[in-house]
Design a protein around this ligand. Structure first.
Ligand code: BJ8
Length: 430
């Protein structure tokens, strides 16, 4: 970081000593996994900068926005409609949940056998390590999986700022009605805390910003179909992770600039791995920043990750919002519909996820699929069985992995992944 932010962190109530330790570990991990990569696109320079300032400049910007009266809304899930937050001139931030920190503290509130993502968001708050959560006016939870649902109760006891959206678990007519009502209730809550009215006009402007962000991410995702792959899976994952907390307009411009560069790489046949390198699709639980372990193992073994069927991946940006609305009322309906296209494993049935997974594998020319579930994540661990069946049906080799945020299983995972890579893609036309 270029500047000393100690005073800002102190004011936010962070645990300075532990925070310094976390920043040092993160910096080393980033150097080891990211900066050591060969032939990275120049456009990744912007994202390297964002990471270097993740708890610095971006927090300064958010505090500045808050002082100017913009509400800061923290989220943990891609079901929370970003358009509504932007319509009241709010800042929408995905909160820290991707590292093994504060787990001892978290386990005073939630059981040990809870997924790492939930333990991390509790741990980041309890250990005083997340500057984002400190700046929020509202933390939006959702009734997705049981673990999150119950952890939000504990998080509310601690922060007194949690608001929960009730997400149905079936996409039935009743489920859709409930969800639309929840979208409207959330809109009213945002109006109340911001003092701004949501109108067709501010929703149209907000929708354009969010759709443009989705289009840029779709463009990046499509470019990964090229062989050789113009960008590593690690870098593409990072771009997706940054999408949750960067300024959306600046982020979109930076992704589009990166895509311009990748387009010329594709034209020139230039890539980050040799043409014909084995190609892997990852499918499953989301990978919150700085969860880079699986990508690092796969790419460290000579293969390339070409896509993520995940919320930090295509599940989060696959569908655009239909902006053909004339009134705020019509927009609410369309927003509710758009967000129910997300195919999270907390829904039953959730067959569209299988179609999306095999469709991605085909489009991105993946030689095999690695299904990734965070340990104790029941929804994705359960769906792994269906995913294997779907993958068998289209003749794609499949590997099921359960892991957490620790590095303890790094060696064991590497052995399993290398064995998997041995058997995939043989005989393909290289
Ligand atoms: S839409 S995947 S972001 S809920 S990993 S906490 S599911 S036990 S994160 Fe998710 Fe929204 Fe669904 Fe996406 Fe629970 Fe599983 Fe933990 Fe999870």
């Amino acid at each position: 970081m270029a500047k000393d932010y100690t005073a800002m962190w102190e004011k936010l109530g962070l645990n300075l000593k532990a925070h310094d330790g976390l920043m040092a570990v993160l910096g080393d991990a980033y150097k080891g996994m990211y900066l050591s990569q060969q032939n990275r696109p120049k456009g990744m320079g912007y994202f390297d900068f964002v990471i270097s300032e993740v708890h610095g400049l971006r927090i300064e910007e958010i505090i500045d926005a808050k002082e100017k009266g913009h509400p800061i809304i923290g989220t943990f899930c891609v079901y929370v409609p970003e358009e509504l937050v932007l319509a009241v001139d709010g800042v929408c931030i995905g909160l820290c949940a991707g590292a093994e920190v504060g787990f001892d503290e978290a386990e005073k509130y939630i059981p040990r056998n809870t997924c790492a993502l939930i333990k991390a968001f509790m741990g980041f708050k309890l250990a005083g390590l997340c500057p984002y959560v400190q700046t929020t006016d509202l933390i939006v939870g959702e009734t997705t999986c049981d673990g999150k649902k119950k952890a939000y109760e504990a998080l509310d006891d601690i922060t007194k700022k949690v608001y929960v959206m009730e997400l149905p678990h079936m996409k039935s007519a009743e489920g859709r009605r409930l969800w639309e009502a929840e979208v409207r209730r959330f809109a009213s809550k945002l109006e109340e805390i911001s003092g701004r009215k949501i109108t067709a006009e501010n929703l149209a402007a907000a929708s354009e910003i969010v759709n443009n962000k989705r289009k840029a991410l779709q463009r990046l995702a499509a470019l990964r179909a090229a062989d050789p792959a113009p960008i590593s899976g690690l870098d593409a994952l990072l771009v997706n992770q940054v999408s949750f907390y960067d300024d959306p307009i600046r982020f979109t411009q930076s992704v589009n600039a990166l895509c311009d560069e990748l387009e010329s790489r594709v034209k020139d046949g230039e890539g980050v791995a040799a043409k014909g390198a084995k190609r892997v699709l990852i499918s499953g639980s989301p990978m919150a920043i700085p969860n880079w372990k699986l990508h690092a193992i796969i790419e460290g073994s000579g293969a390339v990750v070409v896509g993520e069927e995940s919320c930090v991946g295509e599940r989060g940006f696959r569908t655009l919002l239909d902006t053909a609305f004339a009134t705020a009322d019509e927009a609410m309906k369309k927003i509710a519909e758009r967000y129910l296209t997300v195919d999270c494993a907390c829904f039953t049935p959730n067959n569209e996820r299988m179609d999306n997974m095999t469709g991605m594998a085909d489009r991105l020319k993946a030689d095999g699929i690695i299904h990734y579930a965070l340990q104790f994540c029941t929804p994705y661990m359960m769906e792994a069985f269906k995913a294997k069946k779907a993958s068998d049906a289209v003749g794609k080799p499949f590997l099921r992995i359960e892991s957490d945020y620790s590095m303890e299983d790094f060696g064991q995972l590497k052995t399993r992944i290398e064995a998997f890579l041995e058997i995939i893609g043989d005989g393909k036309d290289r």
